[in-house]
Design a protein around this ligand. Structure first.
Ligand SMILES: N[C@@H](CCC(=O)N[C@@H](CS)C(=O)NCC(=O)O)C(=O)O
Length: 208
């Protein structure tokens, strides 16, 4: 399976972590976004959104990291990445969609203003954007922190797609100075997620 990606992308990191946990080998194909490689006609033919990550499994092409995670989990049902019990499974979907629409956008704003702009020489952070990003970050970090009190994982008793998905938004918490002070349950849980073999391997494969 070919996996088109850019090393620093949290959307890609969560897919690679899931593949690692499911023991699925991905052939990593780097797409250098800083050089605009996502605009090449051969890449656009696979993903007209010109976005990584994109998965190619034979003649099956799939874009959107969440769909790719679900595909990999379905290939290996024994990996327990998706809970069998219906209510737990719905909670898993809830956390994934919550991340997509609530937490991740706040994290992406802080990441872009404080990390990506510096990396790509795109100018100074915009204080209004940072103010908005921080306000939203606090709103949702509070929800996550409250939920994680007394819990090891987001849903049930083991790590699921929900943990991989939500934690990925915090992968660049340090360089983006995400205001995690006071959210101890979130901090301990992200540490737990990022210290799994699946994440250590993903971070190593994609960061170096
Ligand atoms: N919703 C998509 C988002 C993917 C995404 O935003 N990719 C960014 C990098 S993190 C990208 O490839 N941007 C290049 C571009 O827009 O040209 C997913 O989850 O896969």
């Amino acid at each position: 399976m070919k996996f088109y990606t850019f090393p620093l992308s949290p959307n890609s990191l969560r897919v690679v972590a899931v593949a690692n946990q499911a023991h699925i080998d991905l052939e990593i194909v780097p797409v250098d976004l800083t050089k605009g490689e996502q605009m090449k006609p051969e890449f656009l033919a696979m993903n007209p959104n010109h976005k990584i990550p994109t998965l190619v499994d034979g003649d099956f092409v799939l874009w959107e990291s969440t769909a790719i995670m679900l595909y990999l989990a379905e290939l290996k049902p024994r990996s327990k990445l998706v809970p069998k019990e219906r209510h737990e499974r719905m909670h898993m979907f809830k956390w994934i969609t919550w991340n997509l629409s609530e937490l991740q956008p706040a994290c992406v704003t802080l990441q872009f203003e404080r990390f990506v702009k510096k990396l790509l020489n795109l100018g100074d952070p915009d204080p209004r954007e940072i103010e908005k990003g921080e306000a939203n970050f606090h709103r949702y970090a509070k929800v996550l922190n409250g939920h994680l009190a007394g819990r090891e994982w987001l849903v049930g008793t083991g790590i699921t797609l929900a943990d991989h998905h939500v934690a990925s938004s915090l992968a660049h918490a340090e360089p983006a100075s995400m205001p995690l002070g006071g959210y101890d349950h979130v901090r301990n849980w992200t540490r737990r997620v990022f210290e799994t073999k699946a994440w250590k391997k993903a971070l190593k494969a994609l960061r170096h």
